[in-house]
Design a protein around this ligand. Structure first.
Ligand SMILES: Cc1cc2nc3c(=O)[nH]c(=O)nc-3n(C[C@H](O)[C@H](O)[C@H](O)COP(=O)(O)OP(=O)(O)OC[C@H]3O[C@@H](n4cnc5c(N)ncnc54)[C@H](O)[C@@H]3O)c2cc1C
Length: 294
């Protein structure tokens, strides 16, 4: 692959632990397009050479495999522009939510306070329809800029199906335009939301956020807590003692430990909870005997 991507910022055999907040994973190859032109060319090369790829934001909602990742990772971290035109704000997919909130608070732009403290980028947040405290990002979206089949398209919010921690966007999100309002005490309110998260979620440990999705009145964290599963461990993976909806990595957890713990939670609770984290453990290079590498 090195030869194919020699014109780009392409890095081989990177440690996947450094690319995700779970700090779990083996190795993989990553490419950082500098702009849309490079991104288009990279996608074209992938298509021509049948190279599968995944898009990565800040890796705060993913579980990588323990061995070698079979897909190329495309990072949009360089798509980090913010353009403010009164209350309409264009945010590049690679913009980190902490930074975005800082910029918005300086302009007294209100709406996204609930997202302060979520360790993702705008691309991942839109794709996952992230939210909290009764809000979801889709409420504030005017349109999303997407690269699909080699073309850049702009999709209005009402043309996108957003659901709980999901969207049906199937292209690469380049950025989105938000509709915000001018407000007061924006920075203070952001901090209040973040303080509530810090008090209830294990920010001091490695995790990928809530492992399971809520489904109407079925709240996995409550059920897991009621079953007394907080603190249950498989090797380095543990049901957080602070928030039963999180699995934390004590430092040496493997993806296989997390997967086993997920299976155990489902078995003990009797619920086949749907995953909120994006599971890439199936995208692992297999050797000739069909075993996975590690
Ligand atoms: C401590 C902690 C607290 C959290 N709290 C919350 C919370 O309160 N609310 C909440 O909703 N989430 C929360 N999360 C989960 C996570 O931060 C969010 O889902 C976040 O929006 C993911 O963004 P990301 O950039 O890290 O995405 P990634 O984890 O990198 O990717 C997630 C998915 O989005 C896709 N994706 C990323 N960028 C793009 C793009 N540009 N185009 C197309 N697809 C893309 C990826 O392919 C992947 O499928 C928390 C996580 C942690 C670790």
């Amino acid at each position: 692959m090195k030869e194919l991507f020699k014109l780009y910022d392409y890095r081989e055999n990177v440690n996947l632990k450094k690319l995700c907040t779970f700090r779990i994973g083996g190795t993989g190859d990553i490419i950082y397009p500098r702009d849309i032109f490079e991104l288009k060319k990279i996608v074209k090369i992938c298509k021509k050479n049948k190279i599968k790829y995944i898009i990565l934001g800040n890796g705060s909602n993913v579980l990588f495999p323990d061995g070698r990742l079979s897909c190329l990772i495309i990072s949009l971290s360089k798509f980090n522009s913010i353009e403010i035109k009164k209350n309409k704000v264009y945010v590049g997919a690679g913009v980190n939510l902490f930074y975005l909130n800082k910029v918005l608070s300086e302009k007294n732009l209100s709406g996204l306070e609930f997202s302060f403290g979520i360790p993702g980028t705008m691309g991942g947040f839109v794709k996952m329809n992230g939210g909290g405290f009764g809000h979801e990002i889709c409420e504030f979206i005017d349109k999303v800029k997407i690269l699909k089949n080699g073309k850049i398209i702009s999709k209005k919010r009402k043309k996108i199906a957003f659901s709980y921690r999901n969207s049906n966007i199937d292209g690469i999100i380049l950025g989105c335009t938000l509709n915000l309002k001018y407000g007061e005490n924006v920075a203070e309110n952001m901090q209040k939301y973040f303080d509530r998260k810090l008090a209830s979620q294990p920010y001091e440990e490695f995790s990928a956020g809530s492992v399971f999705k809520r489904n109407l009145d079925i709240i996995p964290a409550k059920i897991i807590d009621n079953m007394g599963l907080k603190g249950v461990k498989i090797n380095g993976a543990e049901v957080s003692k602070k928030h039963a909806g999180f699995i934390v990595n004590n430092g040496n957890a493997k993806a296989s430990d997390v997967k086993e713990l997920i299976a155990l939670i489902r078995q003990k609770t009797g619920f086949n909870f749907q995953l909120e984290i994006v599971d890439y453990t199936d995208c692992e290079v297999k050797n000739e005997s069909g075993d996975t590498t590690s």
